[in-house]
Design a protein around this ligand. Structure first.
Ligand SMILES: *Cc1c(COP(=O)(O)O)cnc(C)c1O
Length: 363
């Protein structure tokens, strides 16, 4: 098989050494003679894996002791509902910052479930001379006005990232699905962090939740037990059968990330990857990115061809070169190269070489 680089936005590529190890261990994990998929989640072997995974994640993200780490079902969207159901009981109010497709979806899900509670929304992206720019308002008010403020630091579809940590009088709930562990972050600033796994963590279906313990005292709404943070925390994420294979793979990804030097080392590589691709886009009039420089996503680089009629040829020729899944999200069109942690610098270099060559040929 010739080298392929998979730029899919999610489920995304996983680190090749992790995939090779999983393949090797698939039929016989830990010398048990069976797969990790086929053992009880309550077995001592699996519990040891679960504990190690949590310890590694705590180390990678410097998660303080006053936070629970939960391994839950239902991916990112499951958490859109869970935060509402867990925090807005008894007519609570919440504020949603809208910066693109995912934060908008989170806000819409909240409104759908709101019942007697109130969901306010604030659009924070302005189109200034054709360039999408994040304009962060001063977040002021009394601390009990909202139970939480929800935002999405990296908009996977739009290619917009908010790098500055925000300051808010209300606990911050952040959807980190597509940016978790791609750069350093101060967990102690957040009330809750969640991430669907399929971008930077492991297979889809799993969600990681990092929640400050005092947040669990907020009034809940009636909800499915498996989405209840308190039950999940009390039962070490094993109230029901967890997605064990996804958990195992996540654990392997954490080990891999520690091996390359942790989040700090990864951040330096991610900066370099994004810088090389944006430099190519900016250098050639053939391509265009419509996001303000300060808000350009490191994980999801969106770009358009100046001549849209070449989109199809671009994608077909890229694929022939082993550069896969570059088509932009159907809502925004154009192209998108997702450069999650697992994407090596070589993949970006191969893409840049192809883009230069394609532009020269079609100039
Ligand atoms: C992918 C993604 C989601 C949705 O995740 P699912 O697991 O498909 O529900 C939510 N938020 C962001 C920022 C994402 O990138």
């Amino acid at each position: 098989m010739s080298v392929k680089y998979n730029f899919c936005a999610g489920p995304a590529m996983l680190p090749p050494p992790v995939m090779a190890k999983a393949q090797q261990e698939l039929l016989d994990w830990n010398g048990l003679g069976v797969s990790v998929m086929e053992i009880s989640h309550r077995s001592s072997e699996f519990i040891a894996l679960a504990k190690q995974a949590e310890a590694d994640l705590r180390e990678l993200m410097s998660i303080p002791d006053n936070y629970h780490v939960l391994f839950m079902h239902g991916g990112g969207r499951g958490q859109f509902a869970a935060v509402v159901n867990n925090f807005l009981g008894d007519k609570g109010r919440a504020l949603y910052l809208v910066s693109g497709q995912w934060s908008k979806s989170a806000m819409e899900e909240a409104r759908k479930l709101a019942g007697d509670c109130q969901i306010d929304a604030l659009n924070i992206v302005e189109n200034i001379n054709g360039i999408n720019t994040v304009v962060m308002p001063a977040l002021k008010g009394s601390g009990d006005e909202y139970r939480y403020l929800h935002y999405c630091p990296n908009e996977t579809v739009d290619g917009i990232e908010i790098f500055d940590e925000i300051t808010s009088p209300w606990p911050i709930v952040a959807d980190l699905s597509s940016t978790i562990m791609s750069r350093e972050l101060d967990v102690s600033r957040y009330g809750l962090i969640y991430a669907g796994a399929q971008k930077n963590i492991g297979p889809s279906g799993l969600a990681i939740v990092i929640v400050r313990k005092d947040m669990l005292e907020l009034p809940q709404m009636p909800q499915a037990s498996i989405m209840d943070y308190r039950l999940c925390a009390e039962h070490d994420s094993m109230f029901n059968t967890p997605p064990t294979f996804a958990w195992y793979l996540a654990a392997e990804v954490f080990t891999w990330l520690k091996g390359i030097g942790g989040v700090k080392a990864m951040e330096a590589i991610n900066k370099e990857k994004a810088a090389r691709l944006y430099a190519c886009i900016d250098k050639l009039d053939f391509y265009r990115n419509g996001v303000a420089v300060a808000n350009r996503s490191r994980m999801n680089v969106t770009f358009q061809l100046a001549d849209e009629s070449l989109d199809k040829a671009f994608l077909t020729e890229a694929e022939a070169k082993g550069l896969l899944a570059l088509k932009g999200h159907r809502i925004v069109g154009g192209m998108r190269a997702s450069l999650y942690n697992a994407m090596p610098l070589d993949g970006v270099d191969a893409l840049v070489t192809f883009m230069e060559e394609f532009a020269a040929r079609h100039a």
